[in-house]
Write a protein that binds this ligand. Structure first.
Ligand code: NAD
Length: 476
């Protein structure tokens, strides 16, 4: 059992209102942690501390900050097992997945930005013999970093690492559903001697902490990852304030399987893309479009392989899937399945509750037979549930895909690379994978288009986001 405290101004402390709440292990339904149920007063203190710390931190050199980022990465490496266990107990994802993806990627985020910041150069432009402009980058100020429950450590470090590397100070608001790894991270920052106030962690709800944090006048930058509805509420709360904003939001990601795709390999990828982390990755596919020539063959193989997947105790190596993150989310996903069946979908795999005494377990679920323009195709489910539909032409399928209000990512499977690239270009999505999925290169721009978000982070794009340019023009 973890007793989580806020980390503000370099001190661990309870919420000023003394309120707390529990975080549950979704596999056992037992409490895994108590955490502060903070309010605006804790946020106020954290923002003031971050503002104070900004005076010095923003003046330090990139190499000074780089060393701290590497020290944090070293610390996570040393405590790898503790982080992986906390990630699994808090989210329900299998331990092998925490060890293979979440924790290594969190380490990679710190290492990458620790090195990348050393490659950033200022530059000058000479207009004529009379004037030269020097263009430099400067940190923005206090950054509010707000993250969801599905990849709690990975997504938080994806924001903290570039924000600190660029010289900003931060106030983080991790998801109240999965707070433990953020707490372990703050303990680590304390241990390595990160100057007080550079990174503050305030635990609590979106309503009591998040809303006040984003609207705080001393916060100059907001980086948010979460649902589209919440993103919209934040945009409203900060309208007119001209804060720098990055919104990484929801999706309804399509997968296109063309007539010449290798069925065995494609099914392997599609299973990962549909059900990894119980389908609770923003980049998971939810609508699978298969060319009608291979539709029956693909569906048969997809069902067969899906039925082989083991769902169970996340601590066991053999479990491909663990439980969904919470009772509330479990009920939401079950309702989404019921709605689709009511609207005419045929259930061809899954939906049974797993026989466990406790835990929010659900089998990977495949639905087919909905009409392409069915209204329920619009909503993100964010669980182990996919619909499979046949298509006749690329024009038809790209038109249907682009009718979606979302545009986070997509995947295309075809042996013909050139044709696949042509399809990819027609799809309105920020990232399109061809014959693969979830391959990440931290240098490339990451984000969404349409209702999936605003702005890009990753490599130079993060440096652009977490800094402001200044031009000093000198005349003779
Ligand atoms: P959510 O929007 O409910 O919550 C995300 C965070 O925002 C939490 O910390 C929450 O406490 C906080 N919050 C809630 N209301 C707020 C408000 N009014 N002001 C400020 N903060 C507020 O999302 P969730 O349920 O935690 O996560 C699931 C969603 O996140 C899905 O829609 C998924 O697609 C999306 N997601 C997107 C990406 C991406 O990179 N695009 C990555 C992961 C998850």
């Amino acid at each position: 059992m973890y007793t989580i405290q806020n980390y503000i101004d370099g001190r661990f402390q309870n919420a000023i209102n003394s309120k707390s709440m529990e975080s549950l292990n979704p596999a056992t339904e037992g409490a895994i942690a108590t955490l502060p149920n903070s309010d605006y007063r804790d946020v106020q203190n954290a923002v003031e501390s971050a503002e104070q710390a900004f005076q010095n931190w923003s003046q330090t050199t990139p190499s000074y900050r780089s060393k701290f980022l590497h020290a944090i990465a070293d610390g996570i490496e040393k405590k790898f097992d503790a982080f992986a266990l906390a990630e699994t107990e808090d989210t329900g994802k299998p331990l092998w997945l925490s060890k293979k993806v979440d924790i290594p990627r969190a380490i990679a985020n710190f290492r990458f930005f620790a090195d990348h910041i050393l490659t950033i150069k200022d530059f000058s432009v000479q207009k004529d013999e009379k004037a030269t402009s020097l263009i430099t980058r400067h940190p923005v100020g206090v950054a509010a970093l707000i993250t969801p429950w599905n990849l709690p450590l990975y997504l938080l470090t994806w924001k903290i690492a570039p924000a600190l590397a660029c010289g900003n100070t931060v106030v983080c608001k991790p998801s109240e559903v999965t707070p433990v790894t953020a707490f372990l991270l703050s303990q680590l920052m304390d241990e390595i001697g990160l100057p007080k106030g550079v990174c503050n962690m305030v635990f609590g709800t979106g309503q009591d902490v998040g809303e006040f944090l984003v609207a705080h006048p001393k916060v100059r930058l907001v980086s948010f990852t979460g649902g589209t509805q919440t993103g919209r509420a934040i945009e409203k709360a900060i309208a007119g304030s001209f804060k720098k904003t990055s919104m990484e939001l929801g999706g309804k990601n399509p997968i296109v399987v063309d007539q010449d795709a290798d069925i065995d390999q494609t099914v392997e990828w599609v299973i990962k893309a549909s059900f990894m982390n119980q389908g609770q990755i923003c980049l998971c596919g939810e609508r699978i479009f298969v060319h009608q020539k291979i539709f029956e063959m693909f569906l048969e193989k997809f069902i067969k392989e899906t039925k082989k997947l083991t769902v169970g105790d996340p601590m066991i190596e053999q479990s491909f899937m663990g439980p969904l993150v919470s009772k509330m989310h479990f009920d939401k996903v079950k309702n989404s399945i019921a709605l689709r069946i009511k609207e005419g979908a045929r259930l061809v795999a899954g939906d049974e509750n797993i026989e466990h005494e406790k835990g929010y377990y659900l089998r990977p679920t495949i639905l087919t037979g909905l009409t392409k323009d069915n209204a329920c195709h619009v909503d993100e489910i964010f669980g182990p549930v996919v619909t499979v539909e046949p298509f006749e032409t690329i024009e038809e399928v790209t038109r249907i895909i682009n009718e979606s209000p979302y545009g986070l990512c997509a995947a295309v499977f075809s042996k013909d690379q050139k044709r696949a690239q042509e399809v990819a270009k027609k799809i309105q999505a920020a990232t399109v994978w061809i014959n693969c999925w979830l391959v990440r290169d931290l240098r490339v721009p990451f984000g969404g288009v349409k209702n999936s978000g605003l702005g890009r982070e990753g490599g130079d794009y993060s440096v652009d986001f977490y800094t402001e340019y200044q031009t000093i023009c000198t005349g003779t």
